[in-house]
Design a protein around this ligand. Structure first.
Ligand code: CA2
Length: 147
């Protein structure tokens, strides 16, 4: 059995499906988890699916993925626009990284147009709601299978 795909979500994404559905959709994070598990299973992978509102906790999990995981799917949420520390952790992990976003940050405020995470991501999936996660997991399974 290959090592799992780590699917990590950043701050406020625990609110998914309960607030701002016009931007982030109505699917809850638990439902996103089920979609990711199904997509990974179809390719012979499992997922470790976690969300945190805390930058340091996300960094701890990226460090865990470095030895325990085969790829990382990350929705860094607001930290993508601000966190050099997350970028450093991802660089150190030396794993395929797929960045994902529910909304399309490029079509929103200008401050959302820059992502530190994109610098290390093999690919970015954005703007497709919960399907962004599913497609990011699909991409991660392909990258992990080739690595
Ligand atoms: O579109 C995305 O997935 C984002 O990563 C979401 C972040 C935002 O800062 C990024 O620019 C784009 C915000 C996450 C907030 O999550 C909520 C979910 C439901 C209700 C309220 C906030």
């Amino acid at each position: 059995m290959p090592k799992p795909i780590y699917v990590l979500s950043g701050p406020n994404l625990n609110l998914l499906g309960t607030r701002e559905p016009h931007i982030y959709g109505t699917t809850t994070l638990d439902e996103v988890k089920a979609l990711c598990e199904a997509r990974a299973a179809a390719a012979g992978f499992t997922v470790v699916f976690r969300q945190s509102n805390h930058e340091g906790e996300l960094i701890d999990w990226i460090q865990e993925a470095r030895t325990q995981g085969s790829a990382i799917v990350l929705n860094p949420a607001g930290y993508g626009h601000t966190s050099i520390a997350l970028l450093d952790a991802l660089q150190a992990a030396e794993l395929p990284v797929v960045e994902c976003h529910l909304s399309n940050p490029a079509a929103r405020e200008t401050f959302r147009r820059h992502s530190y995470v994109s610098q290390v991501a093999k690919g970015v999936v954005m703007g497709l709601g919960a399907a962004s996660y599913e497609l990011a997991v699909e991409a991660a399974t392909r990258l992990a299978a080739k690595a």
